[in-house]
Unconditional design. Structure first.
Length: 178
């Protein structure tokens, strides 16, 4: 029996030096594709204030608009990491479900310290790659080498502009037969 070679999973890696603008770009681009009929899923990161006015970091689900508060209040004067790994795991599980359900595009808010240590949203990346769903991700400049090891030849550096993403999407869609 002949095996048909499946195309590799295309991954657009956006530099995340300007995180807020890159997150907004990924979100706007994904929602534009959704309005055109594509099934998009994933998370983008945003900062906001909680009811007490304290700065918080959220992941927002592109499909459901659900928010996952991934920073927690450790009290005044705390200098410890305030990442809420439970909320991060719930966000990751939502992306994994979307990959199993057959999204056309997965957006992963970023590859940073947690992912470089093979935690965080790594399972979301793996679920998309296993399902051969194209991925758009922001990549922290501090973890580029870990990113290269993790994503290997699947990732393509893409300029953080709408036009560059549109060109990448066109190539990715053609490669995937979408």
């Amino acid at each position: 029996m002949d095996r048909v070679a499946l195309p590799p999973t295309p991954i657009a890696a956006l530099p995340a030096q300007d995180s807020a603008n890159v997150q907004a770009l990924m979100r706007d681009f994904a929602l534009e594709l959704a309005q055109a009929g594509a099934r998009v899923a994933g998370m983008t990161q945003m900062r906001g204030a909680d009811p007490a006015g304290r700065s918080r970091i959220f992941l927002r689900d592109l499909a459901s608009e659900a928010e996952f508060l991934i920073s927690q209040d450790l009290g005044p004067g705390s200098v410890a990491c305030n990442l809420d790994t439970g909320e991060l795991a719930m966000a990751c599980a939502a992306v994994e479900r979307a990959a199993r359900d057959g999204a056309d595009l997965i957006v992963v808010s970023k590859f940073a310290k947690q992912e470089a240590e093979r935690g965080g949203l790594c399972d979301a990346f793996r679920a998309a790659m296993t399902a051969r769903i194209p991925v758009i991700a922001a990549v922290s400049p501090h973890f580029r080498e870990e990113w290269r090891i993790f994503a290997g030849p699947l990732a393509e550096d893409v300029e953080p502009t709408r036009d560059a993403l549109a060109k990448w999407w066109m190539r990715a869609s053609l490669r995937q037969g979408r």
